[in-house]
Design a protein around this ligand. Structure first.
Ligand code: SAM
Length: 281
């Protein structure tokens, strides 16, 4: 039984990191005329109202996107990200936040396709609602995104960005993401894979980056953004990471120029910091 609802967390520091990177990758892919797919294995509801009961309960967006919304002198990639958030908030009031499916849809051209998976029935219905009236460019599957990805790879155009963004409600997600990437690389080694993970005190979270580096991918980029020091009791999320396999060659420099500002702006205490590492063989 899944209980995670992304509406409680929409627009938080983790969404800022994840969505900024998603936009950068998709825009890079759209620079070449050949079609591509975006596959979002854990789609959520598509978009979120920040004044809903869910979002206001924790108001995580206030320490996330809202801090950028108010800021001046942002780096280019942060301004680019905010441009998409502004599309949903044309009156200048931050009331709506785009989920990865909504963002991905804005980044598609006519020849590109979006494939979405969502297992939670409530968010699945909201996702359908979000894409009501869409044509065959968007396909939504009510089911397991790990199994869905396995069935869909390699995608017909042989160009794709796969976003893997589980809720990590159970330990099983930590093993599933490693196994899914292992299997996906066998089926479609040239795909771009962007995996999000939470930085928690739990051993499975702390051990995940090393497992990802040992997958044997020839090219990867790993970015983390910590907004506070880990808690002494080991509870709570103090940051998050994005592990990107086959990233655009431009992304490392973009993040190098952006993460220092994000770490400063989104800091909740003196423990805030970022890391950026890569391997290319
Ligand atoms: N990617 C979304 C975004 O950035 O806007 C947020 C996704 S949220 C972190 C994770 C979502 O995955 C939740 O909506 C949850 O219901 C869903 N979920 C959990 N396990 C799943 C699975 N095995 N397959 C598909 N969806 C799943």
């Amino acid at each position: 039984m899944l209980s995670y609802r992304h509406a409680f967390h929409a627009g938080n520091h983790a969404d800022v990191l994840k969505h900024l990177i998603l936009i950068e990758i998709a825009q890079y892919m759209a620079e070449k005329p050949a079609p591509f797919w975006i596959i979002d294995t854990h789609a959520g509801a598509g978009r979120y109202a920040l004044d809903s009961a869910h979002a206001t309960k924790l108001s995580e967006y206030r320490d996330g996107v809202a801090r950028l919304w108010e800021a001046k002198g942002l780096p280019k990639a942060a301004l680019n990200y905010l441009d998409f958030v502004k599309m949903l908030n044309p009156d200048g009031q931050l009331r709506h936040y785009p989920g990865s499916p909504w963002l991905a849809r804005q980044l598609l051209r006519d020849s590109d396709r979006l494939r979405l998976y969502e297992m939670h029935s409530t968010d699945g219905k909201l996702l359908m609602e979000c894409f009501k009236g869409s044509g065959r460019e968007v396909a939504i599957t009510d089911g397991d995104g790990f199994a869905g990805l396995k069935a869909i790879l390699p995608p017909p155009p042989r160009r794709a960005l796969v976003l893997i963004d589980p809720s990590y409600e159970t330990k099983g997600d930590y093993t599933a993401v490693v196994k899914t990437l292992q299997d996906s690389l066998k089926r479609f080694s040239t795909g771009t894979y962007a995996l999000w993970y939470p930085m928690l005190g739990k051993p499975e979270s702390r051990q995940l980056p090393d497992k990802l580096k040992r997958l044997g991918a020839a090219n990867w980029l790993h970015a983390t953004l910590e907004v506070k020091a880990p808690s002494r009791d080991g509870y709570g999320m103090h940051g998050s990471g994005m592990f990107i396999i086959n990233p655009p060659w431009t992304l490392e420099k973009t993040l190098h120029d952006t993460l220092p500002t994000l770490a400063t702006l989104l800091a909740q205490d003196a423990g805030a910091k970022y890391t950026l590492e890569s391997e290319s063989t």
